[in-house]
Write a protein that binds this ligand. Structure first.
Ligand code: F6R
Length: 235
């Protein structure tokens, strides 16, 4: 595992974007695993800048997102599909049909989990997976548990995650209580992983990356992955 400590959020974003940019340059048909939330926004802005400069071409890139809230359709402003369209996809030359997010408005969530799992597998694995980390050590929406879930599944969000994410909704009651998420097995099959974390995540990053490997701290499983880069900001 590599740790890159940066002076601030901007530098963290620049470095993460450079790692993703290198992946896109070396393999223009890469499958990128993407995350939502506050941590990767700066990374996406840097990728957009490098696209606008003519350095990056996303026309052959496919993307698979980690997760989506149950009950929110892709045109809902708080859905992760909407976030991805607004924050990244509409600013670069990726083909929208090559971008995938679990369908939070599916009628049958079990079927949607199987469909999404098969879809990710059909790509032969993700080349580079971008991750954030929750204050409780979650990655994607794999919350602390007594086991590491293998596949795409539906989860009940913890109170702490609901409260952390309420900042993006009008009030806490509007935050969906369940979500569809890639499993730990799905994430661990990615060839490379880049995790971005702001300074406020320092304590949980240390616990996850240096403490005991346990599903109590889902991100701790990353210690077993052969190619993880943690980019963490000092301020
Ligand atoms: C989002 C996701 C989550 C976030 C995590 C941190 O797709 O997978 O695991 O990465 O909740 O969120 P922020 O970056 O908002 O602190």
């Amino acid at each position: 595992m590599r740790f890159i400590e940066t002076k601030d959020y901007e530098e963290m974003s620049l470095i993460a974007a450079n790692l993703i940019g290198a992946q896109v340059l070396l393999k223009p048909s890469s499958v990128l695993g993407l995350a939502t939330g506050s941590s990767p926004i700066g990374t996406y802005q840097e990728l957009i800048r490098n696209y606008q400069r003519g350095i990056l071409d996303f026309s052959d890139i496919h993307t698979v997102n980690l997760d989506e809230y149950c009950g929110l359709a892709g045109d809902h402003p708080q859905s992760y599909r909407y976030f991805m369209n607004q924050t990244l996809f509409s600013h670069i030359n990726i083909k929208l049909e090559n971008t995938f997010v679990p369908n939070g408005a599916a009628e049958d969530f079990d079927k949607e989990c199987s469909r999404y799992d098969a879809l990710v597998k059909s790509f032969g694995g993700v080349d580079l997976q971008l991750l954030g980390i929750g204050h409780n050590g979650h990655i994607a929406f794999n919350e602390p548990d007594d086991h590491f879930p293998a596949q795409v599944h539906r989860v009940k969000l913890t109170e702490s995650t609901i409260h952390a994410n309420a900042r993006l909704f009008d009030n806490v009651e509007e935050v969906p209580t369940t979500a569809l998420t890639m499993g730990i097995g799905t994430i661990m099959r990615a060839k490379r992983i880049v995790l971005v974390a702001g300074a406020e995540k320092k304590e949980i990053v240390c616990r996850a990356m240096e403490g005991k490997i346990s599903p109590d701290v889902p991100a701790s499983v990353l210690q077993l992955h052969p190619d993880v880069t943690v980019v963490i900001s000092k301020s």
